[in-house]
Design a protein. Structure first.
Length: 163
């Protein structure tokens, strides 16, 4: 599987944003995506996004797991299936499929590149947050896409004892 360490050095502005800012003439060309967020309807979504970009985690049997996906029985089964390999178990249990976030939404208007850029942003945040929370561990965050046989852009992480 081909994975990418999440790093956003350059970004492309999403099409929906470019379309939106055209409505503001003159001056719309100076708007950034942060201006788009200045809408009443955005507030609850932004507050909820804190759980996405800064996930709650728990430690269990030597691993670190996203609380949103944590089930001790599931982790124990994966540990048994992987002969006790904690990192492999973490990588499976901690997967986040971007398409699954939008299971009740029509995402056809958004390009694969936009959704992958979103996944990369999540991954980069996870890398920073988890590295800070677990300084004695090596945190590995991986982002992969459909070309890797995944169900759309996928983010996961696993840890190893620090070196």
């Amino acid at each position: 599987m081909t994975t990418t360490k999440p790093t956003l050095t350059t970004r492309s502005l999403p099409e929906f944003f470019l379309d939106w800012r055209q409505d503001f003439v003159p001056g719309g060309e100076f708007f950034s995506p942060l201006n788009f967020l200045n809408q009443q309807a955005a507030i609850p979504f932004l507050i909820s996004a804190a759980w996405l970009f800064c996930p709650e985690v728990t430690e269990y049997r030597g691993g670190v797991f996203r609380v949103a996906r944590f089930d001790p029985e599931n982790v124990d089964q994966w540990l048994a299936d992987t002969a006790g390999e904690v990192s492999r178990t973490e990588a499976v249990v901690n997967e986040l499929h971007v398409y699954s976030l939008f299971g009740n939404c029509d995402i056809d208007a958004y390009s694969d590149a936009e959704l992958m850029q979103f996944a990369m942003a999540i991954g980069e945040c996870w890398q920073g947050v988890l590295t800070r929370r677990f300084p004695a561990r090596e945190v590995v965050v991986e982002v992969s896409g459909e070309e890797d046989g995944e169900y759309g852009p996928t983010i996961t992480f696993y840890t190893r004892p620090g070196t």
